[in-house]
Unconditional design. Structure first.
Length: 187
């Protein structure tokens, strides 16, 4: 009989949510015992969750055997956006929408296109970008996303949608410094 994974799943999702929502700023130390008390679980599931998040690139191990949230600079953020663009383009280039199915949104299409490998790779990079979504939206608006959703609704060819997705992320890569400053509240 397998052990109960519920405390691990709760800790993992709670920490992932806090990072995504900016509740844990860049470089913030993550004290296992304090997090465990806050989440109402033992320290073991918190350690396991932090190890998983480290594997996903959302937290990092510190030299003192603890954890901290990842610190990004402008160049790293631009590279993440660039990589997301390449993966989105590869995933969407082979997207097939059945004629009898309603067209997906951009984010739904990214979860349905490509291969399992490309979807997982995109999801990993995408998760690292989520903490910057609010800043990107504030600075760049949602016109790019609306255009992608419109292209999907109009059932434009997959290659057209894929190139448009690449441009969407390229624009964010060019504005990475501004997005980072805004996310950190340094405007």
């Amino acid at each position: 009989m397998g052990r109960d994974r519920d405390p691990f799943e709760r800790a993992l999702e709670a920490l992932r949510h806090r990072i995504a929502e900016g509740g844990l700023p860049q470089g913030a130390p993550l004290a296992v015992n304090a997090l465990a008390a806050d989440l109402g679980v033992s320290s073991t599931p918190v350690r396991e969750a932090l190890a998983r998040l480290a594997g996903e690139g959302l937290v990092t191990r510190t030299p003192t055997s603890g954890y901290a949230t990842v610190t990004r600079d402008r160049r790293e953020l631009a590279e993440l956006y660039g990589l997301a663009g390449l993966l989105a383009e590869a995933t969407l280039a082979v997207l097939i929408i059945a004629p009898d199915q309603p067209p997906p949104s951009f984010h739904e299409a990214l979860g349905a296109g490509g291969t399992e490998v490309s979807r997982q790779a995109f999801a990993r990079v995408r998760n690292q970008l989520i903490p910057f979504d609010a800043a990107a939206l504030t600075l760049l608006g949602d016109a790019d996303l609306a255009a992608l959703d419109r292209a999907l609704a109009e059932r434009q060819p997959a290659r057209v949608i894929a190139k448009q997705a690449r441009r969407y992320y390229r624009r964010r890569a060019r504005k990475a410094g501004e997005i980072l400053r805004h996310a950190l509240g340094v405007d």
